[in-house]
Write a protein that binds this ligand. Structure first.
Ligand code: BGC
Length: 390
């Protein structure tokens, strides 16, 4: 049986239940499927910002006074991290915390030194969305020695027992949602095919990327096995289809090569399975420049503004909406629960092993998005304005 890394930490902490950061863990099941859910997450679209902030405020207020929370984000280059950072800052401040929010320009060394500063400047909790899953072990040893709890935000941080909790969206379900859309749209249970598919996956250094890939590929595998989906380039393995740093230009040039080698003779491309919106944009650019057949199904994830515009324009078929307000609210709640020694709300204690044991996790719900439901999902919920999408 695997040992949750908290158990090690728990035994190292003082016995006083009120003072102990990790006292709630005594109530967690140690293994098996009986997840320690205390409440279920609301579907993302039903959680407007004001409500989330209020919920976070309620949960965190007693512990907040005078405490500083370090929030380390990977990059400002992608829209979603700007929203994540802004939501975290607003909701933490509303709950009474001081916030040290830093962006690391997708540079691993920059993220390490920013975290080092957060530790040295007296942050009480660290919330980290890692650039590279394995690059933080050394700096987080210092956090652990200083008794600073660490929450992995959106992306699991690997191979360090300094991680206390993980909050994310159900990453496997993101990929499964993309696959389900493809199956339904092409009526794969009835249609004979074969349909031609190409795959663009995420950053091999991001622990989420294989979850997205596996969620999609496991769901599509029966149709691949039945010969209803084929992959003319032969590029199927995660290692082959990944996109370092989720870079749009990298995804574009790879897709241009695939198109010129396999589709220049007029072969029809039916499906572009892209793990997220930034890679999807690269694939769409390649299609615009190098492909003249019937436009394929193009998947994505995040509902970035540019990509919602592409959905409205018919260039991207679907995306997966992950409401960053909901994730921020959950993390702010976690921070409050950790600092006040309450039981920390998690709903998954089996899925995310970071190499040192399973990290107790809270998984928020990803939601299917397309040109048909974006208004209700994104505009009516206050996530974007109409003007954002013009
Ligand atoms: C996130 C995605 C995002 C990607 C690129 C992943 O870790 O879960 O939402 O598109 O990183 O930033």
């Amino acid at each position: 049986m695997k040992t949750i890394n908290f158990q090690k930490q728990h035994t190292e902490k003082p016995a006083s239940p009120e003072k102990n950061f990790f006292s709630g863990l005594a109530l967690l099941p140690r293994s098996g499927n009986d997840a320690a859910t205390t409440t279920t997450t609301e579907p993302a679209a039903e959680a407007p910002a004001a409500d989330d902030a209020a919920a976070a405020d309620d949960a965190a207020a007693p512990a907040a006074t005078g405490k500083k929370v370090g929030v380390s984000m990977p990059t400002k280059d992608l829209q979603r991290w700007n929203q994540d950072g802004a939501n975290m800052q607003a909701q933490l401040e509303a709950a009474g915390y001081e916030v040290d929010l830093q962006y690391a320009s997708n540079q691993e060394e920059t993220q390490v030194s920013q975290i080092e500063n957060m530790i040295n400047s007296g942050c009480s909790v660290l919330v980290i969305a890692a650039i590279e899953a394995n690059s933080l072990s050394t700096v987080l040893e210092n956090a652990k020695s200083a008794g600073i709890p660490v929450i992995a935000y959106d992306r699991l941080i690997m191979n360090t027992d300094a991680i206390n909790y993980y909050a994310t969206f159900d990453n496997y379900k993101v990929g499964a949602t993309q696959a389900k859309y493809i199956i339904d749209t092409l009526d794969l249970d009835n249609a004979a095919g074969p349909f031609n598919m190409e795959i663009t996956a995420g950053d091999p250094g991001d622990n989420n990327a294989p979850f997205f890939y596996n969620g999609a590929m496991d769901t599509l595998q029966p149709y691949i096995d039945a010969g209803k989906i084929v992959i003319p380039s032969g590029q199927v393995d995660f290692a082959t289809v990944g996109t370092p740093k989720w870079d749009t230009a990298t995804a574009q040039s790879r897709m241009e090569n695939i198109l010129s080698s396999n589709y220049a003779d007029g072969t029809q491309l039916d499906i572009c399975l892209c793990s997220n919106d930034s890679t999807s944009l690269g694939v769409q650019n390649a299609l615009a420049a190098n492909y003249t057949g019937d436009y394929p199904i193009v998947a994505g994830q995040d509902c970035d503004k540019e990509n919602v515009k592409k959905m409205i324009a018919g260039k991207q078929s679907m995306s997966v909406f992950k409401d960053t307000r909901t994730l921020a609210a959950q993390v702010v709640k976690m921070v409050g629960q950790i600092l006040s020694g309450e039981e920390v709300e998690v709903n998954d204690t089996t899925t995310y092993d970071n190499g040192t044991g399973v990290i107790p996790s809270f998984l928020c719900e990803p939601v299917f998005a397309s040109a048909d439901n974006y208004k209700e999902l994104l505009i009516d919920s206050g996530y974007y304005t109409e003007a954002d999408l013009r």
